[in-house]
Design a protein around this ligand. Structure first.
Ligand code: PXP
Length: 242
């Protein structure tokens, strides 16, 4: 039997809606509480350099409000390292960040940035934070993650999510092969980005994957059916795939 696939819910876009009006509503902490009640396995939040959604004070409030593990997505900067060491989330997922992008559009170049990443990975690890690298499903990035000693990689599913026609199979194969390669090398593979009710099944069926992180689609669905129903439906689909 394959292991249970964990669902980390990325609540950033609840904060995006809040920030559109500059007040306190809707509160991402309330979203975290709902996720905790309805079968989510973790909360994922990205504190971006420009604070466009999650803000510094949200992190402590999320940690205080639920016992679910917090997965902090962060750029590999000294500022974010300092914040991560202060908050000590369960996990830190290092992501590439460009101010002008709408979301995290590509994977981290773990291979090209070894020297920049190495001290950050080791300081996070020394603090007991589980480090994950958000990488494209490429062999050289898995090798780089291995070299950096990262216990987890999150495979970027954006190319798969945007693929059409025959490309879909190819992208899926890449994800499956790289999940298998990571697992074979003792790295726990996760996946995320652009996952929806329609495309999650094939990814969730990849047996080595231990966790999916899903955000934008769930918050979008929540507008129509509520966050609890959206998370429960995603959970059902993930379980169906296993
Ligand atoms: N995982 C990581 C590392 C991400 O950066 C994001 C997007 O912020 C997600 C998962 C979730 O992607 P989406 O919001 O498209 O579901």
């Amino acid at each position: 039997m394959t292991q249970r696939l964990r669902l980390g819910v990325n609540i950033d876009h609840v904060a995006t809606i809040r920030n559109a009006r500059g007040g306190d509503h809707p509160d991402p902490v309330r979203a975290a509480e709902i996720v905790a009640r309805c079968g989510g396995d973790g909360i994922t939040a990205h504190l971006r350099e420009d604070r466009r959604h999650i803000r510094d004070d949200d992190l402590a409030r999320i940690q205080a409000a639920t016992d679910l593990p917090l997965n902090l997505e962060m750029a590999a900067t000294d500022e974010m390292l300092e914040i991560a060491l202060r908050h000590r989330p369960h996990a830190a997922c290092i992501v590439p960040e460009r101010r002008e992008e709408r979301t995290t559009e590509g994977g981290l170049d773990a291979a090209g940035q070894h020297n920049r990443l190495a001290p950050i990975v080791s300081r996070l690890a020394d603090a007991g934070i589980r480090v994950s690298l958000f990488i494209a499903p490429e062999e050289r990035q898995i090798e780089a993650a291995l070299l950096l000693g990262a216990p987890v990689v999150e495979l970027h599913t954006g190319e798969y999510a945007h693929a059409t026609g025959e490309q879909v199979e190819g992208e899926l194969r890449r994800l499956a092969d790289m999940a298998a390669l990571a697992a074979k090398n003792g790295i726990e593979p996760h996946a995320g980005h652009g996952l929806t009710y329609d495309n999650v099944l094939a990814v969730a069926a990849i047996p080595q994957l231990a966790e999916l992180n899903i955000g934008h689609y769930l918050v979008g669905e929540a507008v129509f059916v509520g966050l609890e129903a959206a998370v429960v439906r995603m959970r059902e689909l993930m379980d169906l795939a296993r």
